[in-house]
Design a protein around this ligand. Sequence first.
Ligand code: DX5
Ligand code: ZN
Length: 218
Amino acid sequence: RPQPLLAPSILSADFARLAESLQVLGDRCVVHVDVMDGRFVPNLTLGMPVVAALRKETRLPLDCHLMIVEPSKYALEFVKAGADWVSIHQEADPHAHRTLTAIREAGAKAGIVLNPGTPVETLTDLVGVFDFVLLMSVNPGFGGQSFIPRVLDKVRRLDALRREREADFFIQVDGGVGPGNAGALVAAGADVLVAGNAVFKAPDPRAAIAGLLKAMDA
Ligand code: DX5
Ligand code: ZN
């Protein structure tokens, strides 16, 4: 099993100093970019121009989490802007199969995201079409919310599905992740952990990243 990765979420960083925020990330990091449209979730963040600007500032993978309605309209624009990973919510797209396929054909890794209330069993007929699954461990919209512990069981069930089907997708978890639950999430089968406040609201983000990676490796 490859070493688990950390995906610091720039939603919790200083939006006027994004380039500086990227400087603290190391080679086991991917840059988690939360795109919100004020419709799928009750918050607005950023779009393709910001992703294109980030692309010039880092060689780390850009992981764009689209919390938007009709993600099929914009997914490929994010790939064009420089996204390496693009994830769409299953709840937002009745044609997720088509959109995931298009993201892959455009050359990016395609992810499917499940809200806390959406069971992992709804993915069985999409196995093979996505490169990763993002399990939300908070209701999407804001950083700094508390982790929903039931998601640990979803990670285990998804890991079991992956073994049963001999599939090679990776599992990402997003929301309320910190040093207190990172080890348990990796033990349950998670491969990539998103962390917003635990990194960028820490007094020393570099030390926070080191601490999280240590907890993930324990
Ligand atoms: C929530 C976003 C998350 C958020 C995580 O809607 O998808 O990526 O930035 O922030 P924390 O780690 O603070 O819960
Ligand atoms: Zn996110």
